[in-house]
Design a protein around this ligand. Structure first.
Ligand SMILES: Cc1cc2nc3c(=O)[nH]c(=O)nc-3n(C[C@H](O)[C@H](O)[C@H](O)COP(=O)(O)OP(=O)(O)OC[C@H]3O[C@@H](n4cnc5c(N)ncnc54)[C@H](O)[C@@H]3O)c2cc1C
Ligand code: SF4
Length: 356
């Protein structure tokens, strides 16, 4: 994406009051706002033609391949204060949306507040991707599908599917509804942490629970109002005895999206009784999902008193039918095994259980 030098000079002259904009030879307009309100204003103005740009590790390859057709990229990198990871008083950990995955993975504050999040961030992509990719970009990742994540030339060779602007879904032909998978690593861990997300939009700021960020709709997986962006993520101070873990299964050990990721959190009594549990799964549906049936099944009991087989069956049933484009027929079975593993690791009882 080579910038057009003459436009670049013109834009720089007007950059004293506000962030600059560059027009590329390929027709993409690159905006560098310097405040949140300027960023959301640009996103709202350009609507569906615009995308927020954080680390660009997912967005830029998607644009190069022609998977996405955005013409306006609104970079958040000059907006101040969005990279910090800090304690709010002595309580919650607040993470800026532009904090890199590496910073999240290596932060002692994050490790203390939610080890599963540090683990999930540290298992995302590769060192290079974690150095550049951000937590906000991970949380806001688009859904993926074998029929959609292909070059424009590949997609043009057959009927376009719904997510690519056509009428049909090639995966879920019976219901003809997009079921593309949400496969980002960190959101399941954030759900287990009970995280809240700060959104900034043209009409101001608001905080929502992380679960409310997801629409469950494969074509538009984020429940954001026009122009809204994620600015900060808040992890509540963990209760005494609260422990978490994240388990990921991918085809390769690194540089690979999860086939499935399971995060678990347990509030453990000294005798090993689980007072409360949270379990969340990524890679199975168009949004990361909690498994309340599993959480209820282990609540008030010691993990050792719940059979692994029963627990795995409850998890598999809780996940319900899956629609898959990625030909992984054993995914339901895997969900059961990984749920057992994640809970066992959170409870510090991982010996003898299956590791993914
Ligand atoms: C080879 C490869 C392997 C990968 N492996 C993994 C993996 O194992 N696990 C995984 O989870 N991901 C993986 N990814 C995807 C990606 O690298 C990460 O998800 C990364 O965290 C994305 O962050 P980013 O800052 O680069 O986002 P960008 O690419 O900049 O943006 C991603 C999406 O989020 C939106 N967005 C970004 N920031 C915000 C914000 N603050 N508010 C609203 N919307 C926003 C963008 O508009 C875009 O739609 C992989 C990518 C590649 C290329
Ligand atoms: S699930 Fe269907 S509509 Fe959605 S991306 Fe895949 S083929 Fe397209």
């Amino acid at each position: 994406m080579a910038p057009n030098p003459s436009r670049k000079r013109q834009s720089r002259r007007g950059a004293a009051q506000s962030g600059m904009s560059l027009s590329m030879e390929n027709g993409i307009h690159y905006h560098l706002p310097e405040t949140v309100s300027e960023a959301v204003g640009l996103l709202a103005r350009h609507g569906a033609a615009a995308r927020a740009l954080a680390g660009g590790t997912d967005l830029v390859p998607a644009l190069k391949l022609g998977i996405l057709g955005a013409r306006h990229l609104v970079s958040l990198r000059r907006v101040p204060g969005l990279r910090d990871i800090a304690l709010d008083g002595d309580r919650d950990v607040v993470i800026g949306a532009l904090a890199t995955l590496r910073a999240v993975a290596t932060s002692p504050l994050v490790e203390h507040a939610c080890a599963a999040l540090a683990e999930a961030a540290g298992r995302t992509g590769s060192p290079l991707l974690r150095n550049r990719g951000t937590l906000g970009g991970n949380v806001c990742l688009d859904t993926r599908c074998w029929y959609f994540n292909q070059s424009e030339a590949w997609r043009a060779s057959r009927d376009r599917c719904q997510k690519a602007g056509g009428a049909r879904c090639h995966v879920n032909e019976r219901e003809n509804r997009c079921v593309a998978l949400f496969s980002a690593d960190t959101p399941a861990a954030l759900m287990v942490a009970g995280a809240r997300v700060e959104l900034a939009g043209p009409s101001g700021m608001r905080w929502i629970g992380i679960e409310a960020l997801y629409s469950g709709e494969g074509r538009a997986p984020l429940a954001l109002a026009p122009g809204e962006i994620v600015t900060r993520i808040r992890i509540p101070k963990p209760l005494a005895g609260w422990r978490t873990a994240y388990v990921k299964h991918a085809v390769r050990e690194s540089i690979d999206f999860p086939i499935l990721g399971v995060a678990a959190g347990v509030e453990l009594a000294p005798d090993g009784t689980i007072h409360a549990a949270r379990v969340a799964v990524t890679g199975a549906r168009s949004a990361p999902v909690r498994l309340p049936e599993v959480e209820n099944a282990v609540g008030g009991r010691r993990l050792a008193d719940v059979g692994d087989g029963d627990l795995a069956r409850i998890a598999t049933r809780a996940l319900g039918p899956l629609f898959l484009s990625d030909a992984v027929p054993h995914k339901r079975l895997l969900a059961g095994l990984m749920t057992v593993d994640a809970l066992a690791r959170a409870a510090g009882e991982d010996s003898g259980r299956r590791r993914s």
